[in-house]
Design a protein around this ligand. Structure first.
Ligand code: NAD
Length: 497
């Protein structure tokens, strides 16, 4: 089947219909057993493209290629100046093809073109950031108190990396791994989500065009259950960087432990957004809404749990509901759409189950809870922005990551209660605090056990600052200097002159 609207195969970096889509050892190849998978557009159910579905044997070949490329070089020992230049070249090619990449991302995930464009800009930024960071890298000299000894601590590439990404920010999440892995001098196997592989295929073509040596970046796609063993249950891999759900993260960590393979997992979140009575009203209403309903709530850091001061709660929820009902839902390619569909029918089914659960737990459904009535959207996986008021910390709807457009509302009276509620989650990815009192904001921000805390803002990040979770939201960090260190080993060289 050929690609449909918008045509990601039209030119340049696209997923060219009929061409092989697995990259192993510098060659584009088909699946070992000829298997293919259809990628559906969640806005209308049409087939966007058909891609090759890797077998475990293909994944093993990809690991072997990455192993050879690491062990025989030259990438791990390529001079820093050349590696820096290559990262910039990749960024240039991404910029050249950014519109096509955004169109592919929208066709595959359903997110609006505006959101996809921001994603691609951020992908470019992460390559530029690590190019800059690399340029300033140097060994650390240690004074051991003996003038005849030169002691140096240096960072070396960790080796072969398996990079596993989810479907909500397919290219963005993959770039947070590929950019530092390349900067460090590692070789790698990219495994995008089987739900959204298209932008990563296009990206792999750009990486090849940029001149990355054969075997340094390999790409297999297919179901995690099928490929997981070949990619993780092996001594040939040195580091696994995984972004996805908690259950998968646990499985991968258990398998990797048998091989003493280093693992960094970036998992889910149930992120509190705390609003005090003196918070700026307009920006708070705006950002509570975008914080939870952006990309239909399919964001690991979505502010799904509103914790609002009792004195303003009724009015605040009324304002939210009034605005939530006016959010324009539609295909991501329609410039008037403010949010697109859920990524798949399976995801929509899951959200419907969560709504039924919330109702059965006694939460008050104040808006949404259903698919939109508009018949023009009937073939897509759309779901209305949904708000549950008068929720309680004991409810599953408050504690479990729904990964959909569902906001729950809890009330508090004192700052201590707000902090306790904000920390009352197994996760710890991100949180927001809104108040005009910056001393109070700082106190709350420090008390919250979350990897990112926004004060009077929500959802922003930068390539230069670390991203990651406390508690069950993960154990690694991406972005920033720590995001590079994850892909490096530390070596001490002691020289007696
Ligand atoms: P998922 O865990 O189902 O899948 C993630 C990836 O793992 C996919 O590529 C999948 O094919 C692969 N996979 C599945 N089983 C595997 C196995 N046994 N071995 C190896 N790989 C396997 O998650 P998802 O539904 O794609 O993504 C949604 C989740 O991702 C949410 O929980 C979300 O919060 C999380 N997420 C976290 C962050 C973060 O920065 N912390 C960012 C984005 C998404």
């Amino acid at each position: 089947a050929g690609p449909s609207v918008p045509d990601p195969a039209a030119a340049g970096p696209g997923v060219r219909s009929g061409e092989p889509s697995l990259l192993i050892d510098g060659r584009w190849v088909r699946s070992g057993d000829g298997g293919v998978r259809q990628c559906l557009n969640p806005a209308d159910g049409t087939v966007v493209a058909t891609v090759d579905e890797a077998t475990p044997g293909d994944a093993t070949l990809a690991v072997a290629a990455a192993r050879r490329a690491f062990d025989t070089g030259p990438w791990p020992t390529t001079p820093v100046a050349e590696r820096t230049a290559l990262l910039h070249r990749i960024a240039d090619l991404l910029a050249r093809d950014s519109e096509q990449l955004a169109a592919i991302e929208t066709a595959d995930t359903g997110k609006t073109l505006g959101e996809s464009r921001i994603d691609i800009d951020d992908v470019i930024a992460v390559f530029r950031y690590y190019a800059g960071l690399l340029a300033s890298a140097a060994d650390r000299l240690v004074d051991v108190g003996d003038p005849q000894v030169i002691s140096r601590v240096r960072r070396e590439p960790i080796g072969v990396c398996v990079l596993i990404a989810p479907w909500n920010y397919p290219l963005l999440q993959m770039s947070w791994k590929v950019a530092p892995a390349l900067a460090a001098g590692c070789t790698m196997i990219m495994k995008p989500s089987e739900v959204t592989p298209l932008s990563t295929i296009a990206f792999a073509r750009l990486i090849t065009e940029a001149g990355v040596p054969a075997g340094v970046v390999n790409l297999v796609q297919g179901s995690g259950a099928t490929l997981g063993g070949a990619l993780t249950d092996t001594d040939e891999v040195d580091f696994i960087s995984f972004t996805g759900g908690l259950a998968t993260g646990k499985t991968i960590s258990r398998v990797a432990a048998e091989h003493v393979t280093k693992v960094a997992v970036e998992l889910g979140g149930k992120n509190p957004h705390i609003v005090f009575a003196d918070a700026d009203w307009e920006s708070s209403v705006d950002q509570v809404l975008t914080g939870v309903f952006l990309h239909s709530g399919q964001v690991c850091s979505a502010g799904t749990r509103l914790i609002v001061h009792d004195s303003i709660a009724d009015d605040f929820v009324a304002a939210l509901v009034e605005r939530a009902r006016r959010i324009r839902i539609g295909p991501g390619t329609d410039p008037s759409s403010e949010t697109g569909p859920l990524v798949s029918a399976a995801q929509r089914d899951k959200i419907e189950t969560f709504v039924a659960l919330g109702v059965s737990e006694g939460a008050e459904l104040v808006t949404g809870g259903t698919r939109p009535a508009d018949p023009a959207l009937a073939d897509g996986c759309f779901f209305l922005p949904t708000v549950f008021d008068h929720c309680d910390r004991s409810m599953q709807i408050v504690q479990e990551e729904t990964f959909g457009p569902i906001l729950t509302v809890e009330r508090f009276e004192t700052a201590e209660e707000a902090i306790a509620l904000g920390n009352d989650t197994a996760y710890g990815l991100a949180a927001g605090v809104r108040t005009a009192d910056l001393d109070l904001a700082e106190r709350v921000a420090r008390a919250l056990r979350h990897g990112t805390v926004w004060i009077n803002d929500f959802g922003y990040y930068t390539a230069a600052a670390e991203w990651g979770g406390f508690k069950k939201s993960g154990n690694g960090r991406e972005l920033g200097p720590t995001g590079l260190a994850e892909y490096q080993e530390t070596k001490h060289i002691w020289l007696h002159t």
